[in-house]
Design a protein around this ligand. Sequence first.
Ligand SMILES: *[C@@H]1O[C@H](CO)[C@@H](O)[C@H](O)[C@H]1NC(C)=O
Ligand SMILES: *[C@@H]1O[C@H](CO)[C@@H](O)[C@H](O)[C@H]1NC(C)=O
Ligand SMILES: *[C@@H]1O[C@H](CO)[C@@H](O)[C@H](O)[C@H]1NC(C)=O
Ligand SMILES: *[C@@H]1O[C@H](CO)[C@@H](O)[C@H](O)[C@H]1NC(C)=O
Length: 414
Amino acid sequence: MYSRDRWRVYKRVCFMFFLAVVALTVVQRGNINMGAPFELQRQARMDASVGVEPGLRNDFYLGIKTFWKAGKHLAVPKPQAATKQPSMITKESSPRIWDVTSTNCTANLNLSSQDWFVGLEQHFKQFMLYRHCRYFPMILNHPGKCAGDIYLLMVIKSVATQHDRREVIRKTWGKEQVVDGKRVKLLFLLAKPPSEEERVNHQKLVEYEDQIYGDILQWDFLDSFFNLTLKETHFLKWFHTYCPNVQYIFKGDDDVFVSVENIFEYLESTKHVENLFVGDVIFKARPIRKKENKYYIPQALYNKTLYPPYAGGGGFLMDGPLARRLYWVADTLELYPIDDVFLGMCLEVLQVTPIKHNAFKTFGLVKNKNSKMNREPCFFRSMIVVHKLLPSDLMDMWNLVNSDLVCSQKVEIL
Ligand SMILES: *[C@@H]1O[C@H](CO)[C@@H](O)[C@H](O)[C@H]1NC(C)=O
Ligand SMILES: *[C@@H]1O[C@H](CO)[C@@H](O)[C@H](O)[C@H]1NC(C)=O
Ligand SMILES: *[C@@H]1O[C@H](CO)[C@@H](O)[C@H](O)[C@H]1NC(C)=O
Ligand SMILES: *[C@@H]1O[C@H](CO)[C@@H](O)[C@H](O)[C@H]1NC(C)=O
């Protein structure tokens, strides 16, 4: 009796062990034979990278990480190793976590006794009172987003309520993909919805959206026009912290049309250019002094007659090493309420002149709604960025541009 029981248990254990071995073998084979070769490579590279923090949510690669460590598949060839630029990577200096965990920001009441401050409009007062608050904690983070080598990181400013814009971007030009072995990744930058009502209705949706797509970074400051500069500085700090191996960044708005194909073509043609910063650059812009204008700036905030050259925030390209240097500069300058001008000020400190390119149309264009350019797919096909399109128009234009459209040549527009 007793020994028969023991025998049964023994048999069962052996059988289960056998099953486990079979299952493991099948899983491994399955991964190797069925998975796209790239997928395999990518995961191997992610494993090799240092940018992954354990214990953080939405990190889909953690399970795989240990799997690859156990296996001998790390030897998968890495044809893209050549795209790395070891000399430009400064791993040692950057902490690998977002080190701001509490908000400790009180209004700077020192200002209220100063005459120039008392004369300011309400929203400028608000800006000045909190200008010294530089960094805020993260609500949604993806520390592993930049793991491995990334050729192009597309970073889009968005707000909680614009789910549809993000959706259409993911389906069109913002698709994460690999082109000729070069990886393209997508991120949206969000802050806290400004109204209580929006916070109640949209925050959960944003979190859900992020669980599905894993492409939202969100910080704990109010999403307002004057806080866009905070979005800029927070992204630069985030990039500096988590993205040592990104070659290029496209940064833009969530209502633009972008041709990634043309970005690639452009970047190929400018290989080895250092300090690349290209977009719809304005030289010698004057600060706007008309109070009704959205971009109005009082003398008290900026008293020079001209702005430094700067690129329209609707969409521009820069290289990774420059973005890292921009972080250091941005950290030392006083915040300026207009985000693209602020970046221009940072570039000026670095003595980098942004390049103006006609394929970036971030100003004007759509003012004339009847302009043929707004509906001409051959025009869009030859552009890099065009401002501004509603989600449905963007989808339509995307389909047109990617259809069997016959364009005589790339249209030269000036
Ligand atoms: C926040 O500020 C208060 C008052 O200035 C201070 O007592 C507190 O220690 C600060 N907390 C942190 C986490 O810095
Ligand atoms: C306000 O003034 C005091 C005294 O001059 C200074 O120590 C403090 O840093 C100032 N606060 C801010 C937020 O600038
Ligand atoms: C920017 O965000 C901070 C933190 O939420 C807030 O205190 C401040 O009022 C905002 N500034 C503007 C100009 O909206
Ligand atoms: C311009 O502003 C700077 C700093 O805000 C100040 O030092 C300088 O005196 C101002 N110049 C004029 C002409 O108002």
